[in-house]
Write a protein that binds this ligand. Structure first.
Ligand SMILES: *[C@@H]1O[C@H](CO)[C@@H](O)[C@H](O)[C@H]1NC(C)=O
Length: 139
């Protein structure tokens, strides 16, 4: 039976986990000079063995710059039944030889849930990925 004391302990535990923010920085490089304009759709997600991948946030942009930086300070991620978050992103982008979409996936990085964790990605994307737009993160 769930007593008030257990309920309180559970509440404190959930609060502690929820109260630990994660800082995520993503630097994306499209370093090919012949690409003067490119677009991308990014889906940041938490890899979750038990409940499937969970989308954290998305972003869409078109730019003439050769670098795009995304900064997500103090994200509150939902608890995923383990001690670490596994974070990655997938990108449908047109920084490609033929200007058609490719789907690139970042490496997955782990960060401790306890304390304020930080992650940074620094990826070059020119012509990287498989042809076409990315599929659903759980496909
Ligand atoms: C990020 O990647 C770019 C291009 O590959 C490189 O020039 C730069 O030094 C890297 N930055 C860091 C902080 O690793």
């Amino acid at each position: 039976m769930l007593s008030y004391r257990n309920l309180l302990a559970l509440g404190v535990l959930v609060y502690c986990i929820q109260a630990n923010p994660t800082n995520i920085k993503i630097d994306i490089h499209c370093d090919e000079p012949s690409v003067t304009n490119w677009c991308a759709y990014m889906e940041l997600y938490e890899e979750d063995f038990w409940t499937g991948n969970e989308e954290i946030t998305t972003a869409f942009w078109c730019t003439t710059e050769h670098q795009k930086s995304l900064d997500y300070p103090k994200m509150q991620l939902s608890w995923d039944y383990s001690l670490t978050y596994e974070i990655g992103y997938q990108l449908s982008h047109t920084c490609t030889k033929d200007g058609k979409h490719k789907c690139m996936k970042s490496e997955i990085q782990s960060v401790l849930e306890y304390g304020e964790g930080s992650l940074s990605f620094n990826n070059t994307i020119y012509d990287i990925g498989y042809d076409g737009k990315c599929k659903d993160i759980n496909a």
